[in-house]
Write a protein that binds this ligand. Structure first.
Ligand code: FES
Length: 337
């Protein structure tokens, strides 16, 4: 016997789906054409987080990096880990249009690959059908099939839109990893490569207040996409501050592109912050959130955070504990693999 799940979105849209016994909420939603945000499917990234508003559920696993104890107590669950014990209702803090866009697989060709720092590379893909409409929102991500393998990995777009059929990604180079090994050892212009998009609930909302952007490592990619889109739209009338944290200065990437955004956008500034800086480093050093500009945050603002879970948690915690203006928080945690 199945149960019914009501899926309620922030814009008020509601979808009702049938969930089979033992079926995961995420799978049931997808079976009904509701593409909930999903990434790891393992209870780690919290991309699929939602609030259980009614009903009984059984939750398989929640990583401590994904939800805090308080969030679990408050009823937050992960759709990729949740089965229904009764009919139930879930609230997703995203707009329904993000989920109703079905993902699509696109064939493409590697048109550029460039190591931009010791720890990161830019991958540019040109879609084979340049006229194909690849719809995504700046901040969202694609899943990319690593050429020559059956493995797919998720990366945020570093471009606001596919222009001339081209999209770019800033990708972390791990000492060992299926995509990192490909980029370092085998990637060549002309390689066939497949992408699936769009994914994710981390995207730029209508800008009505000053923006705080906080990037950890290659979490910068999502912000490159957002800023690119703002430039394309002709600018932004709100101030934007980007705090860009990395472990060591050799990891800093795309500083030239950030400087170009600062030249183009009327009130955009960025600050590279290095956690384990060498003696020679002249810039700011330490933990990103400890260096937030308190004067800037005294006014109402929107905060966008994208990076590794510890950085997101530290920043959220900092904002919760300090006297700052009224703020809305959007974040994406990612685990490099
Ligand atoms: Fe559910 Fe990552 S997709 S926690």
């Amino acid at each position: 016997m199945y149960h019914t799940a009501a899926i309620v979105f922030r814009d008020g849209a509601t979808r009702f789906i049938k969930v089979e016994p033992n079926e995961l909420l995420m799978d049931a939603a997808q079976r009904h054409g509701v593409n909930l945000p999903v990434d790891c499917r393992e209870g780690v990234c919290a991309t699929c987080r939602c609030l259980r508003e009614a009903g009984e559920v059984e939750v398989e696993y929640i990583d401590e990096e994904a939800l805090t104890e308080e969030e679990v107590q408050a009823g937050h669950v992960l759709a990729c880990q949740t089965r229904l014990k009764s009919s139930a209702s879930f609230y997703f803090d995203i707009d329904s249009n993000v989920c109703s866009v079905a993902t699509e697989i696109f064939a493409g060709t590697v048109s550029a690959v460039e190591q931009v720092s010791e720890g990161a590379a830019i991958l540019e893909v040109t879609l084979d059908d340049a006229g194909a409409a690849m719809h995504y929102l700046p901040g969202q991500y694609a899943r990319i099939q690593v050429p020559g393998t059956e493995e797919w990995r998720a990366y945020s777009f570093a471009t606001g839109k596919a222009r001339d059929g081209k999209v770019r990604f800033l990708i972390r180079l791990l000492p060992s990893g299926v995509m990192s090994d490909y980029l370092r050892d085998r990637a060549a212009v002309g390689d066939a490569i497949a992408l699936e998009a769009p994914f994710g609930a981390f995207y730029m909302r209508q800008i009505e207040r000053p923006l705080l952007m906080v990037a950890g490592g290659t979490g910068l990619s999502a912000f490159l996409g957002m800023l690119d889109e703002l430039v394309e739209q002709g600018g932004c009338d709100q101030p934007i501050r980007l705090c860009y944290g990395v472990n060591q200065e050799q990891d800093l990437s795309e500083l030239g592109r950030l400087a170009a955004f600062a030249d183009t956008l009327s009130d955009f500034a960025f600050e590279p912050i290095v956690m384990n800086a060498s003696e020679a480093w002249q810039g700011k050093r330490g933990v990103v959130c400890e260096l937030f500009d308190r004067d800037f945050l005294a006014q109402p603002f929107d905060a966008y955070l994208c990076g590794p879970p510890p950085m997101i948690e530290a920043s959220r915690h900092w904002l919760e504990k300090r006297e700052v203006g009224d703020y809305r928080l959007f974040f994406e945690k990612f685990v490099s693999s």
